[in-house]
Design a protein around this ligand. Structure first.
Ligand code: GAR
Length: 190
């Protein structure tokens, strides 16, 4: 199975997935890393892992439709079977959704449907919840909506800082996401 990872920034989840592929824990190949930011650190990570990487930005196109058409073409060129969003901070448009039905997964750093959006960890922290977590889900046209595949709870200690909570959440993400992707790959290759 051929995976594409879409990421906008740091790429620590991409790194965890790439390591799991390398270790043979995920029976698939990452054929493409795409970033919508040309200066994203994730591009360095792709280079270091010898994974083909491409980047272009929405502002380089006339509109979102043209941007997504270019992305769709890129995915088709690489014959991608499954799209893995790993910190890709854009809504997926109808064209992509229609081309990859039930073939786009996302990770979100909160227990959805709670705290969707760009700041899942901070929003939960500021709401002073005692528990938050991580969600992996198929995507639909909403912001962090779509059928949930797996969730893992993370306790929030009353003494802890936002940075400490972020660290804890990321650690859970780096375990959970490769595990869930391995499972999806196994199921869909049957
Ligand atoms: C991750 O925490 C991911 O869950 C989050 O962005 C971060 C990316 O980190 N995604 C969202 O908030 C989606 N709404 P990374 O670039 O180090 O993998």
């Amino acid at each position: 199975m051929r995976l594409a990872v879409l990421a906008s920034g740091n790429g620590s989840n991409f790194e965890a997935i790439a390591q799991a592929v390398k270790a043979g824990d995920i029976s698939a190949e990452i054929v493409l890393l795409f970033s919508d930011h040309r200066d994203a650190y994730v591009l360095e990570r792709a280079k270091n892992n010898n994974i083909p990487a491409e980047a272009f930005e929405l502002k380089e196109f006339e509109n979102k439709k043209a941007y997504e058409a270019a992305l769709l073409e890129l995915l088709a060129e690489h014959q991608v079977d499954l799209i893995v969003l790993a910190g890709y901070m854009r809504i997926i448009g109808e064209g992509l959704l229609e081309a990859y039905p039930n073939r786009i997964v996302n990770i979100h750093p909160a227990l959805l449907p709670n705290f969707p959006g760009l700041h899942g960890i901070k929003d939960a922290f500021e709401a002073k919840v005692t528990e938050t977590g991580v969600t992996v889900h198929y995507i639909d046209s909403g912001v962090d909506t779509g059928p949930i595949i797996a969730q893992e709870a993370v306790a929030v200690d009353s003494e802890e800082t936002l940075e400490q909570l972020e660290e804890k959440i990321h650690q859970v993400e780096h375990q959970l996401y490769p595990r869930v992707i391995a499972e999806i790959v196994k199921e869909t290759s049957k």
